[in-house]
Design a protein. Structure first.
Lengths: 402, 250
């Protein structure tokens, strides 16, 4: 099944026709075929996010992260994606207008590959589990058989854990091939090129990506350059002012089409090559909401992060275990009529003792003697929030009060 | 014959209808011009194979003309400077500031005009999806002009059908999109409106579909016929049932 999946897994790229002579492609490190649609998947660097996305990020697709207010946690996800690429031996392409890619690569989190560290982590995870199962549920026995949200999957080859308190050793991060695109450096060089009426920074980035894909043979156009690895592309804070786009600073921006054109062409590049891309966008700064709607329609997977820092939720006892919420706005339908929609719509994340996990949001039980008005209001607010989510869902207008 | 069908989705993905119409018309033996702006060819091909039609075979025998938007834009941006065979790219409007969709319309017309050698039943134009054109720089008026020209060419002159998919949201802030969608709604003969359930996500019922037959356009003083069903999408087909009577309930 795995071999058949790998052969079928080329569905998204044009490799399907070229390999039609029945040749089996050797398995690429760090990938696995999806159970549902045979698509080749790579890990996003966060195993709990992989679970939410139906197994991982499909090769040839675009993962868009809507940044949280201060960009802290989206930056973390961005680094996890790149770190996973280093550990799996993939090629990296990092584009940024703010932090120099060299610095980004020096600050990748260290993988938890050491046995002692994994045991310590495993011990923590199993300790949590044994507390739950100490007495097999007596009261809520109906829930015994419900699948738990996998916060710590058992397989180790696909998806790794990272320690945010330590940085990756330079030997490891230099062991793979990586390219960078740092906008201030690129603007000074480069001759004229076709721009399609796009922002010049975006068109330079596209040309740079296309050049790498073509030269390194990721699109299979050159039969001599057989690529055995994936290209992971990371673009930080796209659409922000540093990219020369005024959609984040202006109610009526000059050019509202640059970002959407960029995403369209980028997806065209991704679809025909062995690559996957993560982009973080400061969505909370974009005034014109129509742009975000179009951006969502043009991306494959869209995940929004909402952190509690600075909001009244930080001190709200309902959310005391978590640092923010995760909204999965869109999951792609690839090569099939159905998509891998996770049943859990209410997700939250937390950064606890080196680990960043995404879990099902559990509201703590209301143990106060009197039902306080304040907490009931918060419950109503959070319930409204809980009902929004994935693209397949509607925002319920009425709060159904049970 | 000569009908304009609008596929409209709100809060959910209506692409299953596009796959259905594609395989339906190909199986019926019509000549199809598919302007596929959103996904790659292999995506449609694999789904069509599940539905029993091979797109590669249809392309080879000339029954299907496939415009893969994602590939054409790459040729446009990264292609060689010289014009290939003198024909401008159908997505020419992306690189011009005067955003007229004439090149796209010419492409549609040349692909659907019968060449005389093969006799296929009725030409069909399928567009997935029209809202992408707005994201790529076309003005709403240009998009509406394009649809109008296509209607004249395909529906009136060639007696063919047109099926177009658009996205819309109830409280959308995308005014240009709403303009296009509302205008198309007024001119369509049949509207298939796919919506997510108002009560939220459900595993067994993926949404509801409203079928509106625009009988009022025929000036017989009748109201539009509206039918509402709910549906569930499975791997190889979609099941429709009356509201509240999904298999999970019965």
């Amino acid at each position: 099944a795995a071999a058949g999946g790998a052969a079928r897994g080329r569905g998204v790229t044009s490799f399907q026709r070229k390999a039609a002579a029945g040749s089996r492609l050797a398995a690429v490190a760090g990938t696995r075929p999806s159970v549902r649609h045979g698509q080749l998947l790579i890990s996003s660097g966060l195993p709990s996010l992989d679970c939410v996305l139906g197994g991982g990020v499909a090769v040839g697709t675009l993962l868009l992260i809507e940044e949280d207010k201060y960009g802290l946690y989206s930056n973390l996800l961005f680094k996890y994606f790149l770190a996973e690429g280093v550990v799996c031996g993939h090629d990296l392409f990092v584009a940024s207008a703010k932090d120099h890619p060299d610095n980004i690569l020096k600050q990748l989190p260290a993988p938890l590959l050491d046995d002692t560290q994994r045991n310590e982590l495993g011990g923590e995870a199993t300790a949590v589990k044994s507390e739950d199962f100490q007495d097999s549920m007596k009261i809520a026995w109906r829930y015994q058989n419900l699948p738990k949200m996998e916060a710590s999957p058992t397989s180790t080859k696909f998806g790794h854990y990272y320690d945010v308190s330590k940085t990756m050793s330079p030997e490891l991060s230099q062991s793979i091939k990586w390219r960078s695109f740092y906008l201030p450096e690129e603007l000074s060089s480069q001759p004229k090129m076709k721009t399609c009426n796009m922002n010049s920074a975006y068109s330079r980035l596209l040309h740079s990506i296309q050049r790498i894909i073509y030269q390194e043979g990721f699109d299979g156009s050159d039969p001599q350059k057989k690529q055995k690895t994936i290209l992971r592309i990371g673009i930080q804070s796209l659409g922000s002012m540093l990219w020369g786009d005024d959609i984040c600073s202006n109610d009526t921006p000059e050019d509202i089409h640059s970002l959407t054109k960029f995403l369209y062409v980028l997806r065209g590049l991704l679809r025909k090559s062995l690559s996957a891309c993560i982009i973080t966008v400061p969505a909370h700064l974009i005034q014109n909401k129509a742009i975000m709607e179009r951006v969502t329609n043009l991306s494959d997977t869209v995940v929004g992060l909402e952190s509690f820092i600075g909001s009244e939720r930080e001190t709200n006892p309902l959310y005391k275990d978590y640092h923010g919420l995760v909204h999965v706005h869109q999951v792609p339908r690839l090569n099939s009529l159905i998509c891998d929609v996770s049943d859990t719509k209410d997700l939250a994340f937390r950064l606890k003792r080196k680990l960043f996990t995404i879990e099902r949001l559990h509201l703590p039980p209301d143990l106060s003697d009197t039902v306080s008005r304040a907490s009931k209001q918060d419950l109503a607010e959070s319930a409204k929030l809980l009902s929004s989510g994935c693209g397949a869902m509607a925002i319920g207008k009425k709060h159904l009060d049970f | 014959q000569g009908k304009f069908t609008l596929l409209r989705d709100t809060r959910t993905d209506g692409s299953f209808l596009v796959h259905h119409f594609l395989s339906f018309y190909l199986r019926a033996g019509c000549k199809v011009c598919f302007v596929a702006l959103l996904q790659s060819f292999s995506h449609y091909n694999i789904v069509a194979q599940k539905l029993g039609v091979s797109l590669t075979a249809a392309k080879e025998r000339g029954q299907l003309v496939f415009l893969e938007g994602l590939k054409s834009c790459l040729d446009l941006l990264f292609g060689e400077e010289e014009e290939q065979s003198g024909q401008p790219s159908p997505l020419q409007f992306m690189s011009e500031s005067a955003s007229s969709l004439k090149a796209l319309f010419d492409f549609v017309r040349t692909s659907l005009t019968p060449t005389g050698s093969n006799s296929w039943k009725g030409p069909v134009l399928l567009v997935d999806d029209l809202s992408v054109l707005l994201s790529l720089g076309a003005t709403p008026v240009a998009v509406l002009d394009f649809i109008h020209y296509c209607r004249v060419a395909v529906c009136s002159q060639l007696k063919g059908n047109i099926v177009v998919l658009v996205h819309s949201n109830e409280d959308s802030e995308d005014e240009e999109n709403e303009l296009v969608v509302n205008s198309l709604c007024h001119h369509s003969d049949l509207i298939l409106w796919v919506e997510g359930l108002a009560t939220g996500f459900c595993k067994d019922v993926h949404g509801q579909i409203k079928i509106i037959r625009r009988v009022s356009l025929e000036l017989t003083a009748e109201q539009d016929h509206v039918q509402i069903y709910q549906y569930k999408i499975q791997d190889k087909n979609v099941t429709f049932f009356a509201r509240g009577l999904s298999a999970a309930v019965l």
